[in-house]
Design a protein around this ligand. Structure first.
Ligand code: ADP
Ligand code: TYD
Length: 231
């Protein structure tokens, strides 16, 4: 299609292109990926952002200030920070990410795809690392106050995910180093989260090839963006 070219799934030319179309003037969408470490979130976030022509970002990080905070969080010993300190650092990073990257782009009509967002804090700091769900909710309400339009939880067997994650040898293994039982607890947390927010959160079977998962994700994202809940 001459109008949409590489953005084909989101063609805005309503005259003859067979691509799925978005209503004219529709606002940018905020889509997040969640799941345990090594589940394939980064791979899928990148694929979806490319397919949608959306801005790809990540947490912790996504703005220059938040990337500096990221280094404090993902490197070093597992016990380096208390869960309370972690919540404050993740929330500080998220606030900067929201102010400097996410909100300005959404307001310009761009779509944003983020590899993790507030659901990670709900599950890691609220459930798995500590039972601090109440504190997480208060800080989220006061400092962030935004939910994604759509969230994909990539659900993968924790043993598979752990071996995928550690095989990367990224030097960012502070959380992976907490082991298999921790990843299993996280998985339960993400599945419970999907039950709590059924309209927003979709669980994707990540135990397939990356290409098959990406096709499933894109189909669902296009369905959502063209559906009654978005526009
Ligand atoms: P996450 O962001 O959830 O930690 P990544 O996308 O970085 O996960 O993937 C972790 C590792 O597993 C990477 O080396 C990636 O290439 C690989 N990987 C991602 N998706 C799949 C898949 N569906 N099957 C097999 N390996 C995968
Ligand atoms: P990430 O780089 O996404 O890790 P991975 O690619 O291994 O999934 O995130 C770094 C770590 O930070 C990861 O173990 C999850 C953790 N994390 C939290 O504990 N709370 C949060 O709010 C976020 C955003 C991440």
């Amino acid at each position: 299609c001459p109008a949409c070219g590489p953005r084909r799934p989101f063609c805005r030319n309503n005259s003859g292109c067979d691509a799925v179309t978005l209503p004219p003037g529709s606002r940018g969408a905020f889509i997040t990926f969640e799941g345990i470490d090594g589940s394939g979130k980064s791979t899928q976030a990148k694929a979806l952002a490319t397919a949608l022509g959306a801005h790809l970002t990540r947490e912790p990080g996504g703005s220059p200030g938040a990337e500096e905070i990221r280094r404090l969080l993902v490197e070093g010993d597992a016990g380096r920070w208390s869960p309370e300190t972690e919540i404050l650092l993740f929330t500080a990073a998220r606030r900067d990410h929201l102010e400097k990257t996410i909100r300005p782009r959404l307001e310009r009509g761009e779509s944003v795809v983020s590899d993790r967002f507030a659901d990670s804090t709900r599950v890691y700091q609220g459930v798995a690392r500590a039972s601090l769900g109440g504190l997480v909710d208060i800080l989220h309400a006061k400092m962030i106050g935004v939910e994604p339009d759509l969230t994909f939880v990539i659900d993968v067997d924790p043993q598979t995910a752990l071996s995928r994650g550690l095989a990367r040898q990224s030097g960012e293994d502070r959380f992976e180093s907490l082991g298999l039982a921790f990843q299993q607890e996280l998985r339960r947390g993400f599945l419970a989260l999907a039950n709590s927010y059924p309209a927003r959160v979709q669980v994707i079977d990540g135990n397939r090839t990356a290409a098959d998962v990406a096709t499933d994700v894109l189909t669902r994202a296009v369905g959502f963006l063209n559906g009654p809940d978005h526009g």
